[in-house]
Ligand binder design. Structure first.
Ligand SMILES: [Cu+2]
Length: 107
């Protein structure tokens, strides 16, 4: 396991314990076309990282005003992350699977 892989492993363990991971990184797993968990609360400047546990690609994005991002195609096993800085509620979706919804409350 490389350094990045080890870091993700630590972060996943922290999420399971419902506590922030290293440096305020929160890991969301994409599994069976759903986010796990489906909602989280973070602080401004924290990182939301996505780990694709599905055997197909996802594409995370947000159209929430002031918090727009698009992480592009994310292949199986791939890790992508975004830093959210503005307080508010951010709706995260998948361009490929419209039923996938994640709510991130930044406060
Ligand atoms: Cu998807």
């Amino acid at each position: 396991m490389d350094v990045a892989g080890a870091r993700i492993g630590v972060a996943l363990s922290a999420v399971l314990a419902a506590t922030p991971a290293l440096g305020g990184e929160y890991v969301i797993e994409q599994r069976e076309k759903a986010f796990h968990p489906v909602s989280i609360a973070i602080r401004p400047g924290d990182t939301v990282a996505f780990t694709n546990a599905d055997p197909f690609a996802h594409n995370m994005f947000s159209a929430t005003p002031g918090a727009e991002f698009n992480l592009g195609a994310q292949n199986p096993g791939e890790h992508k992350a975004v830093v959210l800085r503005k307080p508010g509620t951010v709706d995260v979706e998948c361009q490929i699977h419209p039923k996938m919804r994640l709510t991130v409350v930044v406060k």
